[in-house]
Design a protein around this ligand. Sequence first.
Ligand code: AMP
Length: 397
Amino acid sequence: MLNKKSVDDINVKGKKVLVRCDFNVPLQDGKITDENRLVAALPTIKKLIADGGKVILCSHLGKPKGEPKPELSLAPVAKRLSELLEQEVKFAADPEVVGPNAKAAVEAMQDGDVILLENTRYRAEETKNGEAFSKELASLCDVFVNDAFGTAHRAHCSNVGVTQYVDTAVVGYLMQKEIDFLGNAVNNPKRPFVAILGGAKVSSKISVINNLLDKVDTLIIGGGMAYTFSKAEGGKIGVSLCEDDYLQYALDMKKKAEEKGVKLLLPVDNVIGDAFSNDCNKDVVSTGEIPDGWEGMDIGPKTAELFCEAVKDAKTVVWNGPMGCFEMPNFAHGTEAVAKALAETDATTIIGGGDSAAAVNILGYGDKMTHISTGGGASLEFLEGKELPGVAAANDK
Ligand code: AMP
């Protein structure tokens, strides 16, 4: 059980608080085109302001590869945050991130003030967890708060290195929610516990399948991944996605499921296409009977029914990866059906970041899910059962 100290467990009155946020927002011509990440960061920031902390925000933005790139400056974020918080967020425009502007701004701070540092990835040491930059960041603050789940699976200066040089390192509300749902609900689930995995490749989810087989009551596998399982059993898969190097692995996982008493559900029928495009000719065939030249693009209607039925009586459901090529409307039905089933079940529903999170939101079911993770890579590593450096670095309760 992960039990980390959070912003609710500390007193920040009069203290300098460095907060690692995820302000990695899409920008077009200097304008923020999706401000969800800024809005999501507000509860932690507001809490620290209300408690009288001196709030020093930091984040990375894009991949400047260790040098200042004006188009990846966080200046537009400071401007928008000022509007959202209805108070000035002073921007410390130092190309070296912790420079004269940042130091002077911190020195002049009153309780409840907010400043934002420049893009942490302007510094080459950031992604290498270098000591000098970690120390510089720590020198600005008394307390460190990590609220950036998207980078929690990486050990960088601004989320891990810095914690070695401060006495108090806690998590913010966003991180706390990810830990509660993805970390603890997966390891300590209400049963029946059903996991649904999809997406393109078996190889990218090997460790997830392996780890979840030790935990779940039912494992559902759909999407492009399922054809490797079908071929491994001697099925005809046409030109469907397949990873021939993982045929034996697929058989091993089927065996593991049997040994563990886990119900492993694979597609029984498939929507196939004669080309990889939305407007190709379509057909529905049973698993293992895909003709030459055709490829599996989505789970079929019988499979959708089977998968949705399995979700109905579940108490916990975790979903990562679409059931088919959901970007093409003609092959989105399987993914839609699963999203709808999750929206309608009484179970705790947890959506891994990345494509499944996007699909659920696009389909309008976002507010019906218990938790939608904000981190693609980080949520997969949680599901793999790994310790995330960004989480591990926070103080235990
Ligand atoms: P992943 O990043 O592994 O979760 O894969 C997501 C991608 O898998 C999406 O872009 C889907 O279009 C793709 N995908 C899902 N099912 C299939 C399929 N049957 N054939 C090809 N691509 C698929």
